[in-house]
Design a protein around this ligand. Structure first.
Ligand code: FE2
Ligand code: FE2
Length: 285
C-alpha cells in the first residue's frame, strides 16, 4: 500500500454502503463461547453424522482460507471503508474457524481436506491480485458456503446446536458477499484488460475445482437429504443476482454450456437416486 496515504489528515468517504456494512458487523457481533450452548448433545444417526462431518470439514478448511484472504485484502485495498469491513471480516472468519472446529470435534472428527477444495483454496491464498481474491473468495466461495449453510440447516433440524451455529455464521457470510457486490465495481473499473482476462481464466479453474469438490460429496449430500441439483440451481441464481447488483460484468466469467453440463451431471445423480430409493429426497435419509 501507499504509506503516504496513512498520514493524510482527512479521508474521503466514498462508500456509504460499506460504512453501513461495518456498522452492521459491529451490531451483529457474537461470541460463540457464550451464545451457543456447547453442552447440548448433537442427536443424529451415525451415517448422517459422518456425512455431515465430511461436508463441514470442507467448510472448516474454507473458513481458515477465508481468514487468510480477508487479512491479506486489508493490506491490499486502498479505501478505508473497505479496510474496515474486511477487518471486521477477519475476526468473523476467526470465529467461524473456532466454531466449526468445536462442532466437528463434537460431531465426529475433522476429516482430511478434499483435494479439489484444497486446490481452489490454495490458489485463492497464493494469488497476489486483489481482484482475483475478491471475485474468487468473496463472490464465489462465500456464495457457495452460504447456500451450503442454508441446505445443511434445513437438513439438520433435529440438532438445535447446529441450527443455531449455522444461523449465526450465515448472517456473517451474507455481509462478506456484500463486500464483493459493493466494492468490486470500483476495482474492476481500474483493472487492466489483461488482468481481467487472467482472472476469468482463474474462474474456469475454480469452477472446475468447486464442481469436483461438490460431486465428490454427492453421497454425503444424499445421506443428509440434500438435492444437489436443486441446490446448484439456487446457487447459480443467487450468484447471478449478486453480479446483477454490481451493475457490471467486467472480469466475471460465465459459460452456460459448461454450467449446463455440470447441472446435467447432478440431475442424472438426482434421478438415479430417486429411482434407487423409490422416490423423493427425504430429510430422514
Ligand atoms: Fe466464514
Ligand atoms: Fe466469510
Amino acid at each position: 500500500m501507499n504509506v503516504d496515504a496513512l498520514f493524510k489528515a482527512e479521508v474521503e468517504q466514498k462508500f456509504p454502503r460499506l460504512e453501513r456494512l461495518f456498522e452492521q458487523a459491529k451490531e451483529d457481533f457474537w461470541n460463540e463461547s457464550t451464545v451457543v450452548d456447547w453442552n447440548q448433545p448433537i442427536e443424529m444417526a451415525p451415517a448422517k453424522r459422518r456425512a455431515l462431518a465430511r461436508v463441514l470439514s470442507i467448510i472448516y478448511y474454507g473458513e481458515r482460507a477465508a481468514l487468510e484472504v480477508a487479512a491479506q485484502l486489508v493490506g491490499m485495498v486502498e479505501d478505508e471503508e473497505a479496510k474496515f469491513v474486511l477487518a471486521a471480516q477477519v475476526i468473523e472468519e476467526a470465529k467461524h474457524v473456532s466454531v466449526f472446529r468445536r462442532v466437528l470435534r463434537k460431531l465426529d472428527q475433522i476429516h482430511p481436506v478434499d483435494p479439489w477444495s484444497r486446490r481452489v483454496l490454495s490458489d485463492l491464498v497464493r494469488v497476489k491480485d486483489p481482484v482475483a481474491k475478491l471475485i474468487g473468495m468473496q463472490l464465489i466461495v462465500e456464495n457457495v458456503a452460504n447456500h451450503l449453510f442454508v441446505e445443511i440447516g434445513k437438513a439438520c433440524q433435529e440438532a438445535p446446536l447446529l441450527r443455531d451455529v449455522l444461523q449465526y455464521v450465515a448472517r456473517d457470510e451474507k455481509k462478506h458477499t456484500g463486500i464483493a457486490a459493493i466494492y468490486l465495481p470500483k476495482i474492476l473499473a481500474k483493472a487492466s484488460r489483461l488482468n481481467l482476462e487472467l482472472v476469468k481464466l482463474r474462474q474456469v479453474y475454480w469452477a472446475f475445482c468447486l464442481d469436483r469438490t461438490i460431486y465428490n460429496h454427492r453421497h454425503d449430500a444424499d445421506a443428509l437429504g440434500i438435492d444437489l441439483f436443486q441446490a446448484m440451481i439456487k446457487g447459480i441464481q443467487s450468484q447471478e443476482r449478486i453480479v446483477e447488483s454490481m451493475g457490471t460484468r467486467r472480469g466475471i466469467w460465465k459459460n452456460r454450456v459448461l454450467e449446463g453440463i455440470s447441472l446435467r451431471m447432478y440431475k442424472k445423480h438426482s434421478d438415479e437416486r430417486a429411482r434407487a430409493g423409490g422416490g423423493a429426497w427425504t430429510r430422514a435419509a
